[in-house]
Design a binder for this molecule. Structure first.
Ligand SMILES: *Cc1c(COP(=O)(O)O)cnc(C)c1O
Length: 299
């Protein structure tokens, strides 16, 4: 396999003005058109490492998940089978494939529809890799650490002694390993990671962190949105902020996590008192299906 094709190193950091405020954006959406965003960081370990015995990868989750699509790219690159469990799929999506689902199927994903969550103990073996929903895996640390290194080097080059970092969370794996790695590097340059839960509440997110790191001093700082958002549901203000970001910054963000991220950031101006780096975690293939839903509802 040509791993250079999937090299995830060094995405650019760009400067933008938003609401009269300078903000830096880490463009992980630009890593690679096929394999990008935080899923590329989280699965980088699996791309690089040789797994001579593995023949198949199994995972589960929603039928439009970004992690599902990225695993289909990984499996294809490695020549593995890819089995993905969902608890349902609409006949409409089956007949009209779009977004992550469409491209994952094109990459050879085998979809298994089953009410219960598949069990790791039953499915994992010498030839089968089992990855938890959304790529919550301790090996994600490897790729996220490279992201942290890139940020630290940039911070030193720019002479930014005290940096705030913001990114929205699903499983919280990216935010956790980012903060943990940043603590391990040059402490004269501080970087504090803020995140907002987009799936579940703050308590759920903190429990997710604990599953990966039990020292809470190494955890990111969790900020809550004022309103309770249900993951995957459409909100007018989410659509509005997404369009505003696109117009004012010239950057397309993801439509599931980033609107909640930016709305929460605006509600917490204290985070913007220091130089701020927002991590663009990709997910743009998922926008294909989200945008269709948003247009149908609000345009
Ligand atoms: C998966 C994903 C997230 C959530 O990442 P976690 O590591 O699970 O917190 C955030 N934004 C985008 C665009 C994603 O695809």
């Amino acid at each position: 396999m040509d791993i250079n094709k999937y090299n995830v190193c060094n995405s650019p950091i760009e400067e933008r003005i938003f609401q009269n405020q300078k903000i830096y954006i880490k463009r992980d959406d630009l890593l690679n058109p096929k394999f990008s965003g935080n899923k590329a960081r989280k699965f980088y370990y699996f791309i690089l490492k040789e797994f001579s015995d593995i023949r198949k990868v199994i995972s589960y989750g929603s039928n439009q998940s970004n992690a599902m699509y990225s695993l289909s790219v990984l499996a294809k690159a490695k020549g593995w089978e890819f089995e993905y469990y969902v608890n349902h799929i609409s006949s409409y999506l089956k007949a009209n494939p779009i977004g992550n689902y469409k491209y994952a199927i094109e990459n050879g994903m085998k979809l298994i529809i089953q009410k219960e969550k598949p069990k790791r103990e039953k499915l994992e073996d010498k030839h089968t890799l089992f990855i938890e929903e959304g790529g919550r895996d301790k090996n994600a640390r490897f790729g996220v650490k490279i992201l942290a290194q890139e940020i630290k080097l940039w911070q030193q080059a720019e002479g930014i002694k005290d940096l705030n970092i913001f990114l929205p969370s699903g499983t919280g794996t990216t935010a956790l390993f980012l903060q943990k790695s940043l603590f391990e590097f040059d402490s004269r340059f501080q970087a504090k990671v803020y995140t907002v839960p987009c799936i579940g509440d703050a308590l759920y997110l903190k429990l997710q962190f604990i599953m990966l790191e039990n020292n809470i001093l190494k955890h990111p700082t969790v900020v809550k949105p004022k309103k309770k958002y249900q993951f995957g549901k459409l909100y007018r203000e989410s659509y509005e902020i997404w369009k505003r970001l696109k117009n004012e910054m010239g950057i397309e963000f993801d439509m599931l996590y980033d609107p909640i991220g930016w709305l929460t950031l605006i509600e917490n101006p204290k985070i913007l008192k220091k130089p701020l780096l927002y991590i663009h975690q990709g997910g743009l293939i998922g926008n294909e299906s989200m945008l269709e839903r948003y247009k149908r509802k609000y345009d």
